[in-house]
Design a protein around this ligand. Structure first.
Ligand SMILES: Nc1ncnc2c1ncn2[C@@H]1O[C@H](COP(=O)(O)OP(=O)(O)OP(=O)(O)O)[C@@H](O)[C@H]1O
Ligand SMILES: [Mg+2]
Length: 339
């Protein structure tokens, strides 16, 4: 039976990637390309009217006058430590419903340490960490090797092959670079070398975990660290020369799968995540899944060869790209009482 879809006026709110960005630069790595925005728009157009709105300084007036029923929000925001919250804050102010989490959850998940503090409070495993505000700081409770990453970035910005460090000298250099380039503190974490997974979750109340994706690092170039670095994500893996990194569904024992699913759902709940999220995890020495970070506005590149993990997990359960976008909208519409 065909389910009834109420035709709505949907605002698609996004930040557009600069087309002329040099290929090795990560300045706009989190923003969406014209191709991704068009793919989302076309998916929504199957069932709805769509108004595209770029999340720039003219957004407020456009949102105010567009007479939208709901916004499909994929905007990463512009500046500052809570940039992902900017669009949802404005939408809350204008009383326009939207897909995804609220401003508090988005800001907390963007700040990896704040998210980890909450996970720790609820006994959800996450690698131990220290925050470095300057490069002269010394490790306090952690031992080498550690991994250094910007406190508030995504899309592997600032996570390069040399981010795994083994000595005081390396640490000082990498932390200095991280703080000066990204203009924010550095998160220094215990480096876990176990298997890595990412999980796509959908829903509210009864949350669904899509087939688990495993990152297998065996096919990275020789001498590459077994991490999903900026190079692994954007430089070495191209549609012409794909690096085979992903296994979906992950080939894992049922007991491990259950543990991963349980941990992800618990994290989703304690962080008050809504509608959808992608959660990255890695096993520690005891084979316990640890949460690395949560992405409440997950990347959704449309082409399968671009290896975007949320659409990949959806495809593995028979949900194609267009259906995924429409499902997220439907889940949000239900939550907001629109259908
Ligand atoms: N504590 C850790 N131990 C081992 N590897 C890690 C750790 N933290 C990060 N990594 C590696 O670095 C990669 C990127 O880290 P992380 O997921 O924190 O960055 P991100 O930029 O937020 O990613 P995303 O693209 O998912 O937004 C991970 O996928 C993992 O391979
Ligand atoms: Mg990640």
């Amino acid at each position: 039976m065909k389910s009834f879809v109420k035709r709505m006026r949907v605002g698609l709110v996004y930040n557009l990637k600069e087309e002329d960005e040099p290929p090795q630069s990560d300045l706009y790595a989190e923003y969406d390309s014209e191709e991704t925005i068009s793919a989302m728009e076309n998916a929504l157009l199957k069932n709805h009217d769509v108004v595209r709105i770029e999340a720039d300084e003219n957004m407020f007036e456009k949102l105010k006058s567009a007479e939208l029923d709901i916004v499909f929000n994929v905007a990463e925001g512009r500046n500052g430590p809570a940039r992902e919250s900017q669009v949802p804050c404005v939408l809350d102010m204008l009383n326009i419903p939207y897909t995804g989490s609220d401003p508090i959850t988005l800001a907390i998940c963007l700040d990896k340490a704040r998210a980890k503090e909450i996970l720790h409070f609820y006994n959800i495993p996450t690698p131990r960490f220290e925050i470095f505000y300057n490069s002269k700081q010394k490790l306090n409770s952690l031992e080498f090797p550690v991994i250094v990453k910007p406190l508030r970035e995504g899309s592997s910005k600032g996570i390069r092959n040399n981010s795994v460090v083994h000595s005081k000298e390396e640490l000082e250099k990498v932390v200095y670079n991280c703080i000066t380039v990204y203009n924010q503190p550095a998160l220094v974490e215990e480096y876990l070398t176990g298997r890595e997974f990412t999980c796509a979750l959908l829903g509210n109340g009864k949350v669904r975990v899509l087939p688990i994706v495993e990152m297998v690092f065996d096919n990275l170039p020789k001498d590459a660290k077994p991490i999903y670095s900026f190079e692994a994500k954007w430089v070495w893996d191209t549609p012409d020369h794909p690096v085979e990194i992903f296994e979906c569904p992950a080939d894992i024992p049922a007991s491990l799968e259950k543990k991963i699913r349980t941990i992800c759902i618990k994290a989703y709940r304690v962080l008050n995540i809504r509608d959808w999220c992608r959660i990255d995890l890695r096993l520690d020495k005891e084979e316990i899944p640890n949460i690395l970070e949560l992405n409440p506005i997950p990347g959704i590149l449309p082409k399968p060869e671009e290896n975007s993990c949320f659409p990949k997990a959806a495809r593995a359960s028979g949900i194609d790209y267009d259906e995924l976008i429409n499902r997220v909208l439907k889940i949000a519409s239900k939550r907001c009482g629109l259908i």
